[in-house]
Write a protein that binds this ligand. Structure first.
Ligand code: SF4
Length: 364
């Protein structure tokens, strides 16, 4: 496994980011912050899907009320208990009010709040309440002098803006910082994060922003997040999509899983099928994926399982040697094998249940 970049450890509620901590998955609440019912339902769904930190837009003072109500709810019902990040643009008073309301992290760019007295006021309340600040830089947030110098939001301009904002906070003795540099252009996002990773030791929140609808957005994020994580860079991720936030979480977890960063996982090794296939591998692999989700959640930490679904018995067990167990299809029946060794023959109609049952034994 790639050696991860050394960073400061920052605590967001009960979740640690950076240092030795695992890479966390975040998403954003997309419901109107003034519609409490919608917000609480979305938080519950995000948490159930495996989201570890949720960001909430705070466009006005009314929205701050939702933070206190969510915190009260989380205290009595753990299914709503998730660290919350207030997403604030320009208005430092909303940051201060969110801090008083019990927020766990604030996303604000000090360079955009006006004069330094306002930056100091935000830094002071966050220091007092031990609330970290995420500096969120993107092409639209660049300071005028940085944009004038670079002419457009290049990777260098984005990294320079992040450093500018870091220095504004450090000037007021504040270093409980997480950096997010995002771009809808994957290459720019990766390049900017490589630059900032060399310039500071703050943890990095990574992901492509405005990445598009689910399919292409997921690909952009997987490529961008994946190439940074493979270099050991990145401490928390968000797959931003024009889609349901629950999907953002599921895709984020899948990216971590593909790179071996999940502490517990069930990986399906299924063949693409070819002319030798005499059984419904594609349907079976997809049904199995859905059935394994609840089992995967119940796995003990540091348990990684591979299950194979192969289209023919000629190449199947050999091609899936890495699997803990699996099936290889014949005509109307499957060969069930463990660690590459044949165990028994099962009728094709029993294949799905046999695999689910075998996986279920892992969580008993
Ligand atoms: Fe084709 Fe068999 Fe390989 Fe599947 S396992 S791709 S059916 S050869």
């Amino acid at each position: 496994m790639t050696k991860r970049r050394k960073t400061k450890e920052i605590k967001v509620g009960g979740v640690k980011i950076g240092g030795e901590s695992k890479i966390s998955v975040q998403s954003m609440i997309k419901a109107d912050p003034r519609d409490f019912e919608a917000i609480k339902n979305q938080i519950k769904a995000l948490k159930a899907a495996g989201c570890e930190i949720a960001r909430i837009a705070v466009p006005d003072i009314e929205s701050v009320g939702a933070i206190s109500k969510l915190k009260e709810l989380a205290a009595i019902d753990k299914s709503y208990d998730i660290p919350l990040v207030a997403d604030i643009h320009f208005n430092h008073k909303l940051a201060i009010e969110s801090a008083h309301a019990g927020i766990d992290k604030i996303r604000i760019n000090p360079g955009n709040v006006g004069n330094e007295d306002r930056v100091k006021a935000v830094a002071d309340i966050c220091r007092e309440k031990r609330i970290p600040i995420r500096i969120g830089v993107n092409g639209g947030s660049l300071e005028a002098h940085i944009l004038a110098k670079h002419e457009r939001p290049t990777a260098e301009a984005l990294a320079e803006s992040a450093m500018h904002n870091i220095k504004l906070l450090e000037k007021f003795d504040f270093d409980d910082i997480i950096i997010a540099i995002k771009s809808s252009d994957v290459n720019t996002m990766v390049e900017a994060n490589l630059i900032i990773a060399e310039m500071c030791d703050y943890p990095l929140h990574i992901g492509a922003t405005e990445a598009g609808p689910a399919h292409m957005g997921t690909i952009k994020n997987a490529v961008g997040i994946g190439s940074l994580l493979q270099r050991g860079i990145g401490d928390t991720i968000r797959v931003s999509l024009s889609s349901d936030p629950v999907l953002e979480v599921l895709e984020g977890i899948s990216i971590l899983k593909a790179l071996g960063f999940c502490e517990k996982s069930i990986d399906i090794i299924s063949c693409p099928t070819c002319g030798r296939c005499r059984t419904e591998v594609i349907k079976l692999a997809n049904e199995l994926e859905d059935r394994l989700i609840p089992i995967e959640r119940k796995l003990k930490e540091n348990t990684k399982i591979k299950i194979a679904v192969m289209g023919c018995a000629v190449n199947g067990p050999g091609e899936a040697k890495e699997a803990d167990f699996g099936i290889a299809g014949g005509d109307g029946e499957f060969l069930f094998f463990k660690k590459g060794e044949p165990a028994k023959k099962i009728p094709a109609v029993e294949a799905l249940e046999t695999l689910v049952e075998e996986a279920g034994k892992l969580v008993k």
